[in-house]
Each structure stands twice: as C-alpha cells, then as structure tokens.
Design a protein around this ligand. Structure first.
Ligand code: HEC
Length: 160
C-alpha cells in the first residue's frame, strides 16, 4: 500500500512537471509568433513595395534617359555597369533603397539632379522589377526616411 501511494504521488509530480514544461513551450511559441509578426511589419522589397504603373512609368523614363549607357536589358555597356544580375545585387545587397535612389538622382552623369524624386523612384521601381522583385498594390514613395528603412535584397542566390 505505501508503495502504491508513493508511486501515485510521484505520478502527480511528473504530471505537474509536464504541465510546467507545456506552459513553457506555449510561452516560447507565443514569443516566436510575436517575432514573426514584427518581421512581417518591416517593409521588404521581397513583399511587393512598388506598383505596376510605377514600374511602367519607370520603364518609359529609363528608355528615354538611361538605356544608351546601361543597355536596353539593363546589362550595362562600356563604362556603365549593369543594373541587373549578381554584380548589381552584390553592390546593393543590404543597402537601403535611399542610397540607391540617391545614386539614381545623380544620373545621367552629364545631368545630375535632372530627375525629380518621383521620376527617380519610378525608375527605381523599374530596376526592382527587372531584378525580379515582386509588384505590389501600393506605390513606393520618395521620402528618404521611409526608403532608408527598406534594404535592397535580391531574390537571386548570391553571385560569385
Ligand atoms: C552617359 C552614360 C550614362 C547614362 C545616360 C546613365 N548612366 Fe548610370 N552610370 C553610368 C556610369 C559610367 C556609371 C558608373 C560610374 C558611377 O557609378 O557613377 C553609372 C552608374 C549607375 C548606377 C550605379 C550602379 C552600381 O551598381 O554601382 C546606377 C544605379 C545608375 N547608373 C543608374 C542610371 C539611371 C537610372 C540612368 C537614367 C536616369 C542612368 N544611370 C543613366 C553611365 C550612365
């Protein structure tokens, strides 16, 4: 009899430990879910941050002011580097879009500052589209404070 009693108490203790462990797992799970939600709230180029119309306007501007040097397929020509592919992705990976749009503002090199900010952002949208980044519902805005928080990421595997 005493043996059985002991074993029952032991069983109850084990059950309590199991419950405590379960509570710990649930708490950890809750924390995990929170981290994931925070990640989603951060704007990402992979989530579709420019609109299709914007990229189309950007294409028109690109074909007027950029293609002579950077090429019709953005592959680059002579001195002008490619604006697509692993080399470009390597140059800009993790850099904020504010830096990329600031660079576009200096183009073409013989007429820096000739693009309005809206035009530069439209061209940026076209460049993102060409790099395989998805179209979204919302237009990308030109405020540096916002662009600063969005790093360039390539959907391509890292190049050599
Ligand atoms: C007259 C030729 C010429 C024209 C036109 C031109 N570019 Fe460039 N671009 C260059 C050269 C040369 C470089 C490399 C030197 C530099 O970074 O300033 C360059 C560099 C760049 C870079 C940096 C690329 C990198 O990975 O470092 C971007 C972005 C860019 N151009 C965008 C544009 C856009 C957008 C337009 C059209 C509005 C444009 N360029 C028009 C010649 C040109």
């Amino acid at each position: 009899m005493p043996l059985r009693g002991n074993s029952r108490r032991g069983g109850r203790r084990r059950a309590r430990i199991a419950l405590a462990l379960l509570a710990g797992v649930i708490a950890a799970g809750g924390e995990l879910a929170l981290t994931r939600a925070q990640t989603v709230a951060t704007p990402s180029v992979l989530a579709g941050i420019y609109s299709e119309e914007q990229a189309i306007r950007g294409q028109t501007l690109y074909n007027e002011r950029c293609w002579q040097c950077h090429g019709e397929t953005l592959a680059g020509l002579d001195q002008a580097p490619a604006l697509v592919g692993p080399q470009f992705a390597g140059n800009w990976q993790g850099e904020p879009l504010s830096a990329l749009v600031t660079k576009i503002d200096t183009m073409p090199p013989d007429k820096p500052g000739s693009l309005t900010r809206a035009e530069s952002v439209d061209i940026l949208s076209y460049v993102l589209w060409y790099n395989g980044l998805p179209v979204g519902e919302q237009m990308l805005v030109g405020e540096q404070d916002i662009l600063k928080k969005i790093p360039f990421e390539s959907p391509l595997p890292a190049g050599p």
